[in-house]
Structures are given as structure tokens and as C-alpha cells.
Design a binder for this molecule. Structure first.
Ligand code: HEC
Ligand code: HEC
Length: 280
């Protein structure tokens, strides 16, 4: 076995099991090129980017690249896109922002977080409403759904006032009659509605007055929604809303955001709420 030739090329001379030989053929050229190209790439890459660990630090790379630097560059780009819109907002009214489609879209997107941080705790995520707190997604408004009134609601806050009617004003039987008529949707046909002065605030048509924030009593969209709606309506009539003379009165206060949010943030939120679907 001194002849190392084999029909497939030179062998190493080792033979296993009388027949298995190992060839000494070099690998194909394309493979060798690939091998050299990849180690050259590794060396260049580790020189360019931060790589090798040193005793107290690490090799920083010749490119000066850092991940935090890349992040900051990206943020600068985002800021410059935002600035294009943000710079215009302080000089514009909420109504003008609403009328500019591109600006409106930007504001609605950027106010989403603002709404989540400041408003959703009471009004529900996306303004869907919560027990005791009005929904902002529908077109049923206590104070009005124009962009101006919404902006005013947010800036100044709102606190509806209805005096307690239980006790001296109304007998239990009268409260019963009024409450049933409201829940049944026939309040305008109930003589007590006019004779007991409810129309002074809720209007002769029972639809409420935006200037007072008095609820619409004919639409079955409840300001004070409850499983037992009849009982809830009776409670409101008996104890009133925000009546300081009755400890059982309903508390209903929208805080003022003046000074807590900037004028621009309030404008953004007004546009956002208007665009939730119910804006007029
Ligand atoms: C502490 C709870 C609370 C927070 C927080 C709150 N609101 Fe209100 N909001 C209310 C209550 C309660 C009312 C209803 C007031 C009433 O019944 O008189 C209201 C009413 C409103 C109204 C008037 C709705 C109508 O039907 O006319 C708007 C608009 C509104 N809120 C927007 C906002 C926005 C925007 C934010 C975030 C900046 C916000 N609210 C944060 C409790 C809250
Ligand atoms: C001084 C004005 C005023 C008078 C008078 C008044 N209301 Fe109200 N009422 C309001 C206001 C304002 C609200 C809404 C309060 C809020 O959400 O901030 C309200 C709310 C209600 C609600 C709650 C509706 C709901 O959707 O849950 C009922 C029910 C109601 N009133 C019935 C009556 C009846 C019946 C009378 C007459 C006996 C009457 N009110 C007289 C101002 C008045």
C-alpha cells in the first residue's frame, strides 16, 4: 500500500477497513474564497463597531457608533417631523385645527396618550364612559358638543347643580310618578314636570339645557346609569346633584385643567374628544 493514488485523486495513505481512504484534494475554489471573505469581514466588522473586551473597557470601534447615539439620531428625526406640526398649534384655535385634516390627524394621534394619562381614569379608555362619568364617544352632551364648548368643559371644568327635591318639595308619591315617567320616556306628559319646576332647568321638552348641563330626560341615555334605573332616578330627584345642603347628594364634578395642562394640550384634547365621534 505505498501507492497513494486513487481513482478520485491523491490519498493521505491511511486506509481503514481495507477499503476506506482519505483524499487530499483541496476544497473547491468558490468555497475557499467564501472562507477568506468571511474572516476578512469579521476583522473589518470588529474594527468598525465596538467589539473586543479590554481590561477596563472595550474597544470602541473606528466608526464611533453607539446604540444610544443611533437612538438619539432617530429621535431627532421624529422631533423634526413633529415640530412641523407642533410649531403651528399654539397660534391656531381648536376649530382651525379641526378644519385642517392633516393637522387634525396628527393631533388626534398625539392626544391619545394625553387622554390616557389624564382623562381615561374617569371617562374610560377611549372615552367610553364609566359608572358615574359620562361617555365622550356618543353625541349626547350635557354641555354641548361643539369644539368650543368641549374646549371650555376641559379648561374650566364642569359641575352641574340640581337642588334636592325630596322632603319639603315633593312627596314620595310624586317622586314615584316623576321617576316612572322619566324611565318610561313620558316625562313631558307628566303635569308635575311643569308644576314642580323641573322644566326651569330641563326645558319644557325635557331635553335638557346645555348652559346648565341639565341632562336630557327623554333619551334613556343616563347620566347616572345603574342596574336599577328607576331607583337611580329617584335618588337623583330626592337628593339632587352637587347640592351642598344634602349629604346624600350626587357628586358630579369635572375638574378644571387650566394650569394643569398647557393651552396647547387642552386644544389637542378638545380636538381628540370632538373626533371621538360625537362632535358637532
Ligand atoms: C375626576 C374625574 C374626571 C377626570 C379626570 C376628567 N373628567 Fe371630564 N368629566 C367628569 C365628570 C364627572 C363630568 C360630568 C360633569 C357633570 O355631570 O356636571 C365630566 C364632563 C366632561 C365633559 C363634558 C361632557 C358633556 O357631556 O358635555 C368633557 C368634554 C370632559 N369631561 C372631558 C374630559 C377630558 C378631556 C379630560 C382629561 C383632561 C377629563 N374630562 C378628565 C369627570 C372627570
Ligand atoms: C336648578 C336646575 C334643576 C332643576 C330645577 C331640576 N334639575 Fe334635574 N338635573 C339638573 C342638572 C344640572 C342635572 C345633571 C347634573 C350633572 O350631571 O351634573 C340634572 C339631572 C337630573 C336627573 C339625572 C338624569 C340621568 O340621566 O341620570 C334626573 C332624573 C333629574 N335631573 C330629574 C329632575 C326632576 C324630576 C326635576 C323636577 C322635580 C328636576 N330634575 C329639577 C338640574 C335641575
Amino acid at each position: 500500500m505505498s501507492d497513494n493514488s486513487n481513482p478520485h485523486g491523491q490519498t493521505t495513505g491511511h486506509v481503514w477497513d481495507d477499503s476506506l481512504a482519505e483524499l487530499t484534494n483541496p476544497p473547491p475554489k468558490w468555497w475557499m474564497l467564501g472562507l477568506h471573505a468571511s474572516w476578512i469581514l469579521v476583522v473589518l466588522y470588529t474594527l468598525y463597531y465596538p467589539s473586543w473586551p479590554l481590561i477596563h473597557s472595550h474597544f470602541k470601534g473606528f466608526a464611533g457608533w453607539t446604540s444610544i447615539g443611533e437612538f438619539k439620531e432617530d429621535m431627532k428625526e421624529v422631533e423634526s417631523v413633529r415640530a412641523k406640526y407642533e410649531d403651528k398649534l399654539p397660534g391656531m384655535s381648536a376649530a382651525a385645527i379641526l378644519a385642517d385634516n392633516e393637522l387634525k390627524n396628527y393631533v388626534v394621534r398625539s392626544a391619545k396618550v394625553l387622554f390616557g394619562d389624564n382623562c381615561a381614569a374617569c371617562h374610560g379608555s377611549g372615552g367610553a364612559g364609566n359608572l358615574g362619568f359620562p361617555a365622550l364617544v356618543d353625541d349626547d352632551w350635557l354641555y354641548g358638543g361643539t369644539i368650543e364648548t368641549i374646549e371650555q368643559s376641559v379648561t374650566m371644568g364642569r359641575k352641574g347643580m340640581m337642588p334636592k327635591m325630596g322632603g319639603a318639595q315633593l312627596t314620595d308619591a310624586e317622586i314615584d310618578k316623576l321617576a316612572n315617567a322619566i324611565v318610561g320616556g313620558t316625562i313631558t306628559m307628566e303635569p308635575l314636570f311643569a308644576s314642580k319646576g323641573c322644566i326651569g332647568c330641563h326645558g319644557p321638552d325635557g331635553k335638557g339645557m346645555a348652559a346648565l348641563g341639565s341632562a336630557n330626560l327623554t333619551d334613556k341615555i343616563w347620566r347616572f346609569k345603574a342596574k336599577d334605573q328607576l331607583a337611580s332616578v329617584k335618588t337623583t330627584i330626592t337628593h339632587g346633584v352637587n347640592d351642598p345642603s344634602d349629604p346624600k347628594t350626587r357628586n358630579a364634578e369635572m375638574p378644571s385643567w387650566k394650569g394643569r395642562l398647557t393651552d396647547t394640550q387642552i386644544k389637542k384634547l378638545a380636538v381628540y374628544v370632538h373626533a371621538l365621534g360625537g362632535g358637532k
